[in-house]
Design a protein around this ligand. Structure first.
Ligand SMILES: [Zn+2]
Length: 173
């Protein structure tokens, strides 16, 4: 089942109408995200469900799911980065309203009457990106991680004799 995403839509109307969108978007269509990603660019599966909760709050629930390819900033290799992000956004018109939201919601601050649902999906993926993309320490071929996090056994050895000396000194003879 494919529901085409409207280019721009009134989110309040979508919430009142209980609109639901499910589909796939090629990442090449997301210009801000594409800039961050090397080839190959895959696609994102999305589900967006607009509605009102029990407090009559307009909200969007759903998820974005994609396998991104990122470039490791340590060895410059390409690696797979799965994203599976749940969306729980409450529609708000100001920062005060955003601060008053229950914890389960992130605010979707609306500054214009219409929003782009493509932008919304892209924003969620951008939020899911790591600040500095890199392999796990075991998978990275650069070997830098091991050097950075190697323990310093000399330190421990150096500290211990002093501690022993201190206790010896304090012992009354
Ligand atoms: Zn790497």
């Amino acid at each position: 089942m494919f529901t085409p995403l409207p280019e721009h839509a009134d989110p309040w109307w979508l919430a009142d109408a209980g609109k639901r969108f499910i589909g796939r978007l090629a990442l090449d269509q997301l210009s801000r995200l594409s800039e961050e990603l090397p080839e190959p660019r895959t696609a994102v599966e999305y589900e967006l469900v607009f509605g009102r909760d029990q407090q009559n709050r307009a909200a969007v629930h759903g998820r974005v799911k994609a396998t991104l390819f990122l470039q490791c900033q340590r060895c410059l290799g390409i690696f797979e980065y799965p994203v599976d992000r749940e969306i729980s956004l409450a529609l708000v018109e100001g920062l005060d309203e955003a601060r008053g939201l229950p914890d389960r919601y992130e605010p979707l601050l609306l500054e214009e009457p219409n929003i782009s649902l493509v932008d919304l999906i892209e924003d969620e993926l951008l939020l899911a990106l790591p600040q500095v993309p890199k392999h796990s320490a075991e998978a990275c071929t650069s070997g830098v991680e091991q050097a950075e996090t190697a323990p310093e056994p000399q330190q421990a050895v150096r500290d211990n004799p002093f501690a022993v000396l201190d206790t010896l000194k304090q012992k009354p003879d």
